[in-house]
Design a protein around this ligand. Structure first.
Ligand code: WQD
Length: 379
């Protein structure tokens, strides 16, 4: 592939081997506007995911598509992080960062909170420090609906109170506050090239790229509902399916979640980068994003605004896979809240974000990936 010209914007994608990270990398490649520089410590992702990204991007964009560069690197390793940034100094440097690297299991965060704070908060602080040293000023931060805890009302707007109920949710809320304070300090001091950041609060990512070649391939047993359902249907997991409580105040007693197709979620990151990109903001598509009134920090929900219960999702996956799930209702899972449904209107208004794919497509794309990769990426 041709060596990228200086005009290409290099975007560091931390956690780029993961489920969300690899689909974000693919979205950047398909845009052919941003060159992904991927760092990941391999905790919950495989390098094969990048090979699949290249395969899909070459098929969709052509053989000259930009190629992501991968550096094995732990977000807490200062020397390694600086070495990555240094490598691109002579070629225009790292233009921006999409920061996804984190530990992300709500239940696990109650068992090993210090590890969660070390990686998610400590790692983010180190990244901000290195960005400052290398004058990289654009940041898209991977946050989560779990920062809202049990919201006063749903659908949840970004103005809803931030009151996380898990260590994981607290690491995301604390990191958002750190980023916001740095943006505001740079803004108030009129620092040249001050930090501008957009925090994207995910609801429930689901599905896979429609090619069936890229999807969720967690290291070890999955903890989330969708990959569990997919792996059960593919015979990778025992058929034992537990539903964590059916005594919630919802239409069928099981929790409501706002499932969003992973490619819609990935495209949301591209829109966030575009909103930070002055070349686009001034020269190209004028966006209505308002940064000034918010000290150069904004947070947006990425969701569809439609809540689906656990039992309804099991039914959707039954339709997509043909598998007849047998489940047992057991006790509630600690940290679960009854309803996390997004109010996505401000992302629609200011980022131009509109979820294009529905539930059926999520389940069909997930099943196409899972049934075509029963041995994971090694196949
Ligand atoms: C969904 C529903 C469970 C498994 C996830 C991520 C979290 C955050 C938000 C990134 C809940 C129920 C699950 C099972 C079940 N993402 N369930 N049986 O908890 O909404 O959080 O998305 O920031 O990091 O973990 O997703 O898929 O674990 O649960 O009944 O075997 O399915 O109780 O109601 P969750 P989930």
């Amino acid at each position: 592939a041709p060596s990228p010209s200086r005009s290409v914007k290099r975007v560091l994608v931390t956690g780029g081997l993961g489920y969300i990270g690899s689909h974000v990398v693919l979205s950047l490649l398909l845009s052919n506007r941003y060159l992904p520089i991927v760092i990941d410590n391999g905790h919950n992702g495989y390098p094969e995911a990048l090979e699949r990204c290249n395969e899909i991007a070459a098929a969709e964009v052509g053989p000259d598509v930009l190629k992501p560069v991968y550096h094995p690197c732990d977000i807490r390793d200062s020397d390694a992080l600086k070495a990555v940034f240094s490598e691109y100094e002579s070629e225009g440097g790292v233009w921006g960062v999409i920061h996804l690297a984190a530990l992300k299991a709500v239940g696990e965060s109650a068992e090993i909170p210090l590890e969660y704070y070390n990686v998610n908060v400590g790692g983010s602080m180190l990244l901000l420090q290195v960005m400052k040293e290398f004058n990289t000023s654009k940041l898209v931060f991977s946050s989560s609906a779990t920062v809202y805890g049990t919201p006063a009302a749903t659908p949840i707007p970004e103005t809803s109170a931030i009151m996380p109920e898990s260590a994981y949710g607290r690491t995301k809320a604390i990191t958002e506050s750190i980023i916001q304070d740095v943006c505001r300090a740079d803004y108030l001091s009129s620092k040249d090239n001050g930090l501008r950041a957009i925090s994207v609060r995910y609801f429930n990512p689901a599905g896979a790229h429609p090619s069936g070649r890229l999807g969720e391939e967690p290291v070890g047993r999955p903890g989330n509902l969708l990959p569990i359902l997919a792996q059960i249907a593919a015979g990778r997991l025992s058929s034992e399916l537990k539903v964590f409580g059916n005594d919630y105040p919802t239409r069928d007693g099981t929790c409501l979640r706002d499932y969003l197709h992973i490619m819609d979620l990935a495209d949301g990151h591209l829109l966030a980068l575009d909103a930070l990109d002055e070349d686009i903001q001034t020269g190209g598509i004028p966006k209505s994003i308002d940064f000034r009134q918010h000290g150069h920090f904004r947070a947006f929900n990425l969701g569809r605004g439609k809540g689906i219960t656990v039992l309804e999702m099991i039914n959707e996956m039954n339709k997509a896979t043909g598998y007849d799930y047998q489940y047992e209702i057991v006790a509630r899972r600690i940290g679960d809240v009854p309803d996390l449904t997004a109010d996505p209107r401000s992302a629609e208004r200011e980022l131009g974000f509109v979820a294009k794919r529905g539930l059926e497509e999520m389940c069909e794309d997930l099943w196409r990936f899972q049934s075509g990769n029963r041995d994971g990426y090694s196949a």
